[in-house]
Design a protein. Sequence first.
Length: 239
Amino acid sequence: RASLQTVHAGARVSITLVNGRSVTLTVVGVYDNQFPQSDSDAYITTTEADRLLPASRDRATAIYVRTHSGVNVNQEVSRLAALRSGMTFQTSADLGAAVQVQTATYRLISNILKIVSLLTAALTIFVITYIDLVYERRQIGIERAIGIKSSPIVFSYVLKAWAYALAGVGTGFVLFRYAVTPIVASHPFHFPNGPVTLATTWNEMIRDLIILIVVATLAALAPAIRSVRIRILDAIWGT
């Protein structure tokens, strides 16, 4: 698009065809996908192409094959290559090589944010549990003195951690889905290969929820187990 300079819809431009012939065409419109791989191309109608290049009529220069989920792409390429010689094949991975570095960068940023979020969640739950245990230390000592086993006490704090995790995920989902995503959709991030918006899948959310629950469990177990290992009298008297 930048190379068009003063060219606009309705302008007449002179182009050179593959056979060396120069023709003048009228620009019907200019598009801007903000994606260099498509914005660098120009298109004419099939009727005009047949008129200017009669040899190209009823001939295809590229065929796109859509496979079903689970199909081995390499086996499919081998099967198609056996039908006719002289053909060049490009898989979706080959065509996407131009943006692989960018998508890898997105994954790296996403992973860093996830790690920071998990560390923040673990530290928050650990501090909340630890403070709660400090204030409930005498009560825990009395409960152990009257015969309550340590495992139910520890498990009660694990349940609290799960409640915190679920509440955090629920709040985060509502904010992300109905507040952050619409805002970013209307004001996307601008990267070299085009605008970028936020998106997620249910499988990814479920996986992250399971990881968060595991982290929350470990963060609550550490102070809870330590609290029930204190001698009963020391817990009651707060020593």
